[in-house]
Design a protein around this ligand. Structure first.
Ligand SMILES: CCCCCCCCCCCCC/C=C/[C@@H](O)[C@H](COP(=O)(O)O)NC(=O)CCCCCCCCCCCCCCC
Length: 172
């Protein structure tokens, strides 16, 4: 992200902030409960640590923080798949915007959507983007993405199922 330029700092700042929230829970006195998604959900729900309908005394619960990152993982899943199946002359900005509009955009206010759309325009063409990813040739990247995709999908599907069971997919 950082190698893509400061224009994406508003994205990585938010992601880093949310990861920091989860790391703090893991280091906290109930750290044990945050070792798995299931135990986090059970612990926070049974201890009333989640704002279920509107943001209140638990604005940064583990459940809502993971949900925000889970939605971003959906964007990443779509974006990586488009990268993997795109042609040489595809524009990363288009692939990124299509993935964003089909996922995260639905949860962001107008101003974030506009900022993100402008930021995407700064993305390099596909092969330059692959060089930035520093994984090797375009073929190496496509192979690596093909290997990584099942893991990304497994994590996404597992979280989606767990959150859907506990009706946590719309946390404020
Ligand atoms: C490769 C270029 C990366 C472009 C990133 C596309 C995602 C654009 C996200 C724009 C939103 C960022 C601003 C944050 C807004 C937050 O309000 C919003 C809601 O949280 P809140 O309810 O606490 O406020 N936050 C979120 O939706 C979470 C955003 C987290 C984005 C993480 C993106 C990770 C990107 C990983 C890059 C991998 C590059 C690909 C390499 C093969």
């Amino acid at each position: 992200m950082n190698s893509l330029g400061t224009i994406f700092s508003f994205v990585s700042k938010d992601a880093v902030n949310k990861i920091q929230i989860m790391e703090n829970y893991l280091k906290g006195e109930s750290g044990e409960r945050y070792r798995t998604l299931q135990s986090m959900v059970e612990y926070e729900l049974s201890s009333n640590l989640v704002d279920l309908t509107k943001r209140g005394s638990h604005p940064d619960s583990g459940c809502r923080t993971i949900l925000r990152l889970h939605r971003a993982l959906r964007w990443l899943q779509l974006f990586l798949d488009k990268l993997r199946t795109s042609s040489e002359d595809s524009k990363t900005s288009t692939l990124c915007a299509e993935a964003y509009n089909a996922s995260l955009a639905n949860y962001h206010p107008w101003i974030i959507r506009k900022t993100a759309t402008v930021a995407f325009l700064a993305l390099p063409v596909r092969n330059t983007f692959f060089e930035v990813m520093n994984v090797g040739t375009a073929e190496d990247v496509v192979d690596m993405l093909g290997e990584a995709m099942p893991y990304v999908s497994n994590v996404y599907d597992f979280t989606q199922e767990l959150y859907s069971q506990h009706n946590l997919l719309d946390l404020p």
